[in-house]
Ligand binder design. Structure first.
Ligand code: S3P
Length: 176
C-alpha cells in the first residue's frame, strides 16, 4: 500500500512536528500537525483547552479531530500530540484506517530540555518529577507503535527524517 498515513508519535519534545514536516517533504506528502489542527478547528490551543475544560475534555476534542484528519487525507504524515497515541480509542482509529506509526524514542533529558526551552505552555509537564513520571508511564504504550526510531541529543531533523523514510520504504518493500 503506497498511500498510507504515517503517524509520528512520541513524548512532548521528541521532535514530532519538525520531523513530520521533513518526512512529508521527502515523501512528497501532505503534513498535518494534530495540535495545529486542533488550534485552527477550535480557535484554542491544546494548552488552553486543557486549562479550561480539563484533560478529559481535551481528549474528546483530540479524538474527534484525529478521526477527521485520518478521513481527510489518506496519505498524510500526521504529527500526533504526545498523549494522542496513549488513548486506546485513538489507536483503534489509527489501526482501522491502516495507518502506520513511528515512535520517536528520545531520552527524557532531551525532551525535558526542549520542553523548558519552548515558550509554549504545556500543562501536562508542570515539573520535572511529574513529567518524568508521565514519560515512564507512557513508554510501554509508545512501544506499541509499528516502528521505533532512537533519537540522541544532537541528531539532526534531516538525519532522523531520512532514517524514517528508509524504514518506511523498507517495510513497504517487504509487504506482499
Ligand atoms: C500533550 C502533548 C501536547 C498537546 C497537549 C497534550 C500530552 O503536544 O497535545 O498539551 O498529553 O503529552 P506535544 O507533544 O506536541 O507537545
Amino acid at each position: 500500500m503506497t498511500n498510507q498515513q504515517l503517524i509520528i508519535v512520541g513524548f512532548m519534545g521528541s521532535g514530532k512536528t519538525t520531523v513530520a514536516r521533513e518526512v512529508a517533504r521527502r515523501l512528497n506528502r501532505a503534513v498535518i500537525d494534530l495540535d495545529d489542527f486542533i488550534r485552527t478547528s477550535t480557535g484554542r490551543s491544546p494548552a488552553e483547552i486543557i486549562q479550561q475544560d480539563g484533560e478529559p475534555g481535551f481528549r474528546e476534542i483530540e479524538t474527534r479531530l484525529l478521526d477527521e484528519a485520518l478521513q481527510q487525507n489518506s496519505a498524510a504524515v500526521i504529527a500526533a500530540g504526545g498523549g494522542a497515541w496513549t488513548i486506546p480509542e485513538n489507536r483503534r482509529l489509527i489501526s482501522k484506517v491502516g495507518a502506520r506509526t513511528v515512535w520517536l524514542d528520545a531520552p527524557f533529558e532531551l525532551c525535558w530540555k526542549r520542553i523548558q526551552a519552548n515558550e509554549e505552555t504545556r500543562p501536562l509537564a508542570p515539573s520535572i518529577e511529574a513529567t518524568e513520571q508521565l514519560y515512564q508511564n507512557r513508554r510501554p504504550v509508545y512501544e506499541l507503535a509499528d516502528m521505533r526510531i532512537a533519537i540522541a541529543d544532537g541528531d539532526s531533523v534531516v538525519e532522523v527524517a531520512a532514517r524514517i523514510v528508509d524504514l518506511v520504504t523498507q517495510s513497504r518493500n517487504r509487504e506482499p
